[in-house]
Design a protein around this ligand. Sequence first.
Ligand code: NAD
Length: 445
Amino acid sequence: MDYISRIQRAAVLGAAGKMGSGITLLMAQEMTERSLDPVYSGREFKLMAIDISDEALQGLLRYVHKQSARKGAKMAAQYRSRCLQWADLDDEGLGQAYADRVLSVIRTSTSISEAGNAGLVFEAVSENPDLKVKLFRELEEAGGQQDVWYFTNTSSVPIHLLDERAGLGGRILGFHFYNPPAVQRLVELILTSSTLPELREVALELARNMGKIIVPANDHAGFIGNGHFMRDALFGLAEAQRLAKGMPLHEAVYMVNTVSAKFLVRPMGIFQLIDYVGIDVVRFILAVMDPYYPNETLHSALLDRLFEAGVKGGQHHDGSQKDGFLKYEEGRPTAVYDPDNGSYVELSTFKAGCEARLGGLPASIPAWKDVVKDPEKEAKLAAYFQDLGALDTEGAALARAYVKRSRDIGQQLVADGIALNEKDVNTVLLTGFFHAYGPINLYLA
Ligand SMILES: NC(=O)c1ccc[n+]([C@@H]2O[C@H](COP(=O)([O-])OP(=O)(O)OC[C@H]3O[C@@H](n4cnc5c(N)ncnc54)[C@H](O)[C@@H]3O)[C@@H](O)[C@H]2O)c1
């Protein structure tokens, strides 16, 4: 079966979720692009969007239409020349026509069996291995044929386990989009020793057509992205607990968050990132990964404490940030959670003291948002980290330890054969996490 025949009938499981909605958008757009090619005129493209609630699926359709109308209007000139019936439309009209066409390939359903005759199924349901296996089995039974291919978006579950438990015979690979899939360019591609070679070819073509950067990762729980992020987060959590032996925990959290953002020139501090992903999600991913790494403890008592207090982070339906370790107003942290009192403490009451304790920063410090796209980024970062390394302050010492730990994690991912090489680890952090520099570097060494 060639690429087009394979993607022509596709399905997304968990289509209304954070990842599923982006995957549905990208996949429906990819089908639309192919259908505009005269070579494939007359072929019917169909994408089954499956989730548990009709209401959520209606929301998904609104999202797909809105995003596609924007894309259509932006690329109006190109579509006018590709599609005769759109030749006379203005940009806005073309946006609407393109969005209508994208929407026309999607069918929604709350019944998994509707995906039974798909050639390609994207799986993006909640990160629960038992649920994923159950759905694969149901689909295999519903299809009654043995040729459905599965591209799973799991963040942490080894793909071969899903394959073995669901009896898929190598018709599965990890196609790990980053959040949000429509914006993030990175896809980690995870093959198992049983993955049929033809799946890889289709995955690569699909990723290329979607404009994604593919990084291969070996089939170990967490892969490269979470393999790094989870350990980096555990380090930040442990550092905060260590500091909290001599200061209130909320102040320690603030110090580590500040060092991991500003001092390390990252887009956000480690506690903001944990909040963004969700305290419950991070905790769950750690629990999935932990059994596969017997020499490590992939667990944090501090995460448990917040989770048990009902503090979970993540996003509201409108995309705004929910409170987690930090409290947010218009996206900006304004307070830090104090688990001893079960309440948030305003930054204004302790920030100055923490900053005095961390010490000043060199004048050469670049802001992440300025340096990340600066052609002279490397020279500027090297100069800054050299200046930071010369400081004898608590902040510089914390930054040095963080940079070292981040590098060690990256190098371990290569040593363990999870990443093929150091460049791939750096690419994942540069593209999937928007870092200005990869973790495997010579800074503060
Ligand atoms: N959120 C992220 O940052 C991120 C990044 C990369 C990968 N992932 C992975 O993507 C997957 C989905 O994560 P998410 O963040 O989008 O979760 P989510 O909770 O936003 O979405 C999951 C969706 O699955 C649906 N679902 C649950 N049970 C179902 C069933 N029986 N049948 C059909 N649909 C069902 C839910 O209704 C929900 O819409 C997970 O495996 C996660 O690890 C998440």
